[in-house]
Design a protein around this ligand. Sequence first.
Ligand code: HEM
Length: 456
Amino acid sequence: MTATPARGVADAVPGRTRRLPPGPRLPAVVQTAMWAVAPVWFGKTCLRRYGPLFTARILGFGDVVYISTPDGIRRILRDDAGDFDAAAANESIRFVVGEHSLLMSGGAQHTERRKVLMRPLHGDNVTAYVEVMKSIVEQEVVGWRPGSAVRLLDCFQRVTLEVMIRAVFGITDSARLTRLRVLVPKLLDVNPLIILVPAVRRSFGGFGPWAAFQRLLREVDQIIFAEIRERRAELAADPSGRGSDVLSLLLAKGQDNPAVTDQELRDHMVTLLAVGQETTATQLAWFFERVVRAPGALERVETAVRDEDWKVLDAAIHEAIRSRPTTLDIGRMATKEWTADGYVFPAGTMFAVSLGLLHLSGRLHPAPESYSIDRFHPVEPPSAHFLPFGGGSHRCLGASLAMIEMRTVISTILRSVRLRVPRSTPEGVKPKGPMLVPRRGAQVIVTENRLFAGRG
Ligand code: HEM
C-alpha cells in the first residue's frame, strides 16, 4: 500500500489541518475487498504503515477514520462522548434490531432504555443462570465421543443460543424453542449485502435476499410477540409467579411502567440476540483455539478450574479476547467538529474506534501475537490499554453475563473432558458477517470424556 496525501481542505488555522489522516491510496473498491476478506491483516498493515490514526475508504461508509490510541479512544468513548453518535454508526442494522434498540438510541433516551435493561443483566440476576448454563453445556458435551474431532464453534453457537432463549428469555414452550433454534442462526447469518447496500433492500416480487430475510424476521417476531403476550397474561393472573429471567423482570417492571411496550420488549430481545449470542460463542471458540496451542496454557487453565482460581481463568479469557477479538472496531459518527492529533474532523466524520488494534498494538502489548496468561496475571495491564467490553455510556451491558457464561462453559467442559490440539498450526481468522471466527471452527480432539463414558 502507498500512503495517500491527506484528503480534504487545508485549514487556515496554523498547526491544525482539516485534512483526514493518511491511509491507503488504493481505489475504494480494492480497500473494501481487503477489509471484507482479511480485516485483521488490513487493519494491522495500515496500523504499521500509517500509525494508530489512519483513513480507509470503505464502500457504503465512505472515508472511515481508524483510531486506536488509548487517549483517542478514551476521548471518543468517554470524555467527548457527547460529540459522537453511536446510533448513526449502527444505522445499517436498524431494520433488524428496531428503533427502540439501545443500539439505535442516544442521549437521555439511551440512558432511560439502558436503565430498564441494566437490572436484569446484573448481579444476582445473572448468577441465577449458572445452573441452567451448566446443564446446557453438559447436554452438548455428552455427545462428544472420545477420539473424535469436535468443531467447538458449532457447539458454542448452540450453547449460547440455548442460554439466551431458555435462561435469558425464559422461553419453555417446546414448539417455540424448536423453531427459534432453526430461525435465529439464519437471522444472524444475514447476507452482508443487505447490511452494506441499502439498494438491495427491495422485494423483487417476493423473491431475493431481502424478501427471504423479511419472512424470517416476521416469523421470529411472531414467536417473540406471542411469548410476550402469554407472559404478560400469566403475570397479570399471578403477579407472584414471575420467573427470574430477563423478560420476566422486564415485564414485571412494565406493569408499573406502561412505557415498556411489546414492541420495545421485542426490540430489546432481538438486540440481545444480535449482540450477545454470537460474540460469546465466537470468543469461547477462540479461547480454546488459543489455549490448546500455547505451551502449558491448557494445563494451567485446568488447574485453575480444579482449584476454582477464577483470577487465573479470567486472565486466560481476557488474553483470548485481546489476542483474538471477535470484532475489531465499534463505530461512532462525529456530531460536531472534533480535534485530535492536529487534525480537525468535521461533523459527520465516521470513526472506527478500534479496540481490536488497541489490543494488538505491539507498543502497548509486547509480542502481541503470542498468547500469554501472564499478561493479565497477577498484574493486569492499565485499563486504558485493554477494553474488552468497550467503555463509556455504551459499554457492553452483557459484560457480567458474558464473563459468567464463559467461566461456566469453560469450567464445565474442562471438568468433564480432556482435549488435545489436532494440529499445532493456528487457525486463521475468517470473517463471518460481523464476526471474526476461527477458520476451522476451533477444532479439538476429545481424548477422554467422563460424561460420554457415564452415559455409555
Ligand atoms: C464475549 C462476549 C462479548 C463481547 C466481547 C462484547 C463486547 C461489546 C462491546 C465492545 C460493546 C460496546 C459497543 C459500543 O460501544 O458501541 C458491547 C455493547 C453491548 N453488548 Fe456486548 N459483548 C459481549 C457479550 C454480550 C452479551 C452476552 C450481551 C447480552 C446478553 C451483550 C449485550 C450488549 C449490549 C446490549 C450492548 C449495547 C450497549 C449500549 O449501546 O448501551 N453483550 N458489547
